[in-house]
Design a protein around this ligand. Structure first.
Ligand code: ADP
Ligand code: MG
Length: 308
């Protein structure tokens, strides 16, 4: 199947001359949940609003469902629901009407049963007749989600959906995301929080300074992040790793002056005790031992710094 979202070499330079997207290429499969992780100013919102056809690209191309978002914007937009980072609602209109009008904007026939289920899911049903301006910030955010989902989009964008929201809303949001996943809706969300990406995304993309640094399956990324390195400086360099020492994760580095053993900190056995015993048995003298941590935070900061 062709990807439902295809981004090719996308660039965006704003009128002031600032380049917010610098050659982004990304394919997203139908039904996938992908999290875009990156610091403030990385270009996440610019990427989303360009895919949604709101921001004009400076170069490259984007297709949603095979429709070019510039040339065929109406068809592309029809498939998309967007929960923007900033509030954008009709303050004088009621919760119910905000959601209902959004369906109308997309030429969808009235479907009160669906809207009711949507508002119930988002704990908004009791507030359906309240004016948006009377609601708390968290409630307004719920209305944004209801609005975005009112026309049953196939692709949903959530731009920092949980930044500064309370625990209840976060839980409701994740429940809605799970239900949508069950319906095969493709979801693209941006976040600062790696825990959030880990909890819900099939893949995680890391974005910094307008570039995608990596896109990887969540399990794979987490597995890599949970690793630690043991560096063994040898008194005398070795030309070859002795037979009895050879094992997964062990590498000879620096012309044989050191060995590096990579292990999984979550594993039941790291294999370090056995390795050290085998080193001694092989008659190798150690000059020094050191470990380097790769906590989620450090690696993430590292990824972003690498680009600097
Ligand atoms: N309309 C605009 N005009 C000029 N610069 C902008 C505009 N929108 C965003 N930027 C700049 O582009 C960069 C990326 O912004 P944004 O896409 O909002 O990042 P993120 O969502 O990852 O925080 C920032 O440096 C921001 O100041
Ligand atoms: Mg943003």
């Amino acid at each position: 199947m062709p990807p439902i979202v295809s981004v090719r070499d996308l660039t965006k330079t704003y009128a002031g001359g600032f380049t917010a997207l610098d050659g982004v290429t990304l394919d997203i499969e139908e039904g996938e949940i992908i999290a875009l992780l990156g610091p403030n100013g990385a270009g996440k919102t610019t990427l989303i609003s360009t895919i949604c056809g709101i921001t004009m690209p400076s170069g490259g191309a984007v297709e949603v469902g095979g429709h070019d978002v510039v040339r065929d914007w109406r068809k592309a937009r029809d498939m998309i629901g967007l929960v923007p980072q900033e509030l954008s609602l009709e303050p004088f209109s009621t919760v119910w009407n905000n959601a209902r009008f959004s369906r109308g904007l997309f030429d969808r026939p009235r479907d009160d049963a669906y809207l009711e289920s949507l508002l119930r899911d988002l704990s908004l049903w009791e507030k359906r007749d309240a004016k948006v301006m009377e609601l708390s910030g968290g409630m307004k955010r719920r209305v944004l989600i209801a609005k975005a989902l009112a026309h049953r989009p196939r692709v949903l964008f959530l731009d920092e959906p949980t930044a500064g929201v309370d625990v209840e809303l976060r839980k409701d949001m994740w429940r809605v995301v799970e239900r949508l996943r069950g319906e095969g809706v493709t979801i693209i969300l941006t976040t600062h929080y790696i825990e959030e990406a880990e909890a819900i995304a099939d893949r995680i993309g890391v974005i910094s300074r307008g570039r995608i640094l990596l896109v990887e399956r969540t399990e794979e990324l987490m597995r890599r992040l949970g690793r630690k390195e043991l560096r063994i400086e040898l008194a005398e360099p070795v030309d070859d790793v002795p037979e009895t020492l050879r094992r997964d994760g062990l590498e000879r580095v620096d012309g044989g002056q050191a060995l590096v053993y990579t292990y999984d900190t979550h594993a039941e056995r790291t294999g370090i005790t056995a390795l050290l015993a085998d080193l001694q048995a092989a008659g190798l003298q150690l000059a020094d031992l050191s470990t380097s941590n790769s906590s989620l935070e450090e690696i993430f900061v590292g990824l972003v710094k690498e680009d600097a």
